[in-house]
Design a protein around this ligand. Structure first.
Ligand SMILES: NC(=O)c1ccc[n+]([C@@H]2O[C@H](COP(=O)([O-])OP(=O)(O)OC[C@H]3O[C@@H](n4cnc5c(N)ncnc54)[C@H](OP(=O)(O)O)[C@@H]3O)[C@@H](O)[C@H]2O)c1
Length: 291
């Protein structure tokens, strides 16, 4: 018998499978269930126990990890099994919006269970790696009770009791990740039509990205203090720069959706009267919906 706590994992996409393998390798008894049953086959060969239904999987263990596409999938899986939620701690690592996450936590509570929301910040290959981390939010005592088991997967960062916070932190990361990576694709496309390979662009791209933390901390302090003065940079200067970026992409004949969206935001800042202020004043536009 293993001395490690048993755990149920529901949802065996690439992420759920990596989690099951990591739990098994660390000696945790694991019960699994997946809509497409065959996705459990290799895990069962490795030592996992296949539950016949979602309800059986819930009943097997107090700690239940959900790794589904989103919260709609959670309702599809758990609604027919809701009677088995009572007394379960459901660690929901399915991505969705903070509001959907809060509603999910309320729904699980109505059925006598507890939801810990999670946001995994790494791809499946990062599961089981000490440098990886996952945000958690929800009842602190439930988190503390299961922290050691959850830390088998990644470092566990508790973000607060509001169940939406883990999803919020996850989305804060994703909004920066997707736009940063698109900016990299744009640089590669622009480089390629000018005869450069992605490998040629890489060192300059990496240096540019590595310079960002200095900008982040400099502007965070000023934004929290409500300071957007044009003493360091001026939006009008930035406007000229982002237009040069757009025109360089137009000249090269590559897609301009991304640089045009940037020009549009700067233009709206100019129209709002921020031309002599820092380009951080654009955050004031972003706080409200586009007119
Ligand atoms: N993969 C990543 O790099 C990564 C990184 C960070 C966070 N995440 C998050 O982790 C979660 C899981 O990731 P993944 O890559 O494993 O996702 P995935 O490939 O979308 O797998 C999702 C799982 O959800 C199940 N599912 C989807 N719709 C369902 C429905 N209507 N009813 C029942 N089951 C349903 C699938 O079952 P079937 O096998 O039957 O289709 C599968 O087990 C997602 O929320 C994702 O955003 C992923």
């Amino acid at each position: 018998m293993s001395s490690k706590r048993p755990v149920t994992v529901i949802g065996l996409g690439p992420m759920g499978q990596a989690m099951v393998r990591t739990f098994l390798d660390a000696g945790h008894p694991v019960t699994v269930w997946n809509r497409t049953a065959s996705r459990a086959d290799a895990l069962v060969e490795r030592g996992a126990v296949r539950a016949a239904s979602a309800a059986e999987a819930l009943s097997a263990n107090e700690l239940v990890v959900l790794s589904l596409t989103d919260y709609n999938a959670m309702y599809e899986v758990l609604e027919p099994a809701a009677h088995a939620l009572s007394g379960r701690v459901v660690v929901n690592l399915s991505s969705d919006t903070p509001e959907k996450t809060r509603a999910g936590a309320r729904w699980i509570a109505e059925h006598g269970g507890i939801q810990l929301s999670g946001g995994v910040t790494v791809p499946p290959s990062g599961i089981g790696q000490p440098e990886s981390s996952t945000f958690y939010s929800g009842p602190r005592d439930s988190f503390e009770k299961h922290r050691a088991t959850l830390e088998t997967l990644t470092r566990a960062e508790f973000r607060g009791e509001d169940p939406g916070l883990a999803a919020l932190y996850y989305q804060l990361g994703m909004v920066m990740f997707w736009t940063s990576m698109l900016s990299y694709w744009q640089a590669i496309a622009l480089g390629e039509v000018n005869g450069l390979t992605a490998a040629d662009v890489l060192p300059h791209a990496a240096e540019t990205m590595a310079s960002m933390p200095n900008f982040l901390s400099f502007y965070a302090e000023r934004i929290d203090a409500g300071e957007h003065g044009g003493d360091v940079d001026r939006l009008a200067m930035g406007m000229a720069s982002v237009e040069h970026v757009l025109h360089t992409n137009v000249e090269a004949g590559v897609d301009t959706a991304l640089p045009a969206a940037v020009v549009d935001l700067f233009r709206r800042g100019m129209d709002a009267g921020y031309e002599a202020d820092s380009f951080s004043s654009l955050v004031k536009l972003m706080r409200r919906p586009a007119a």
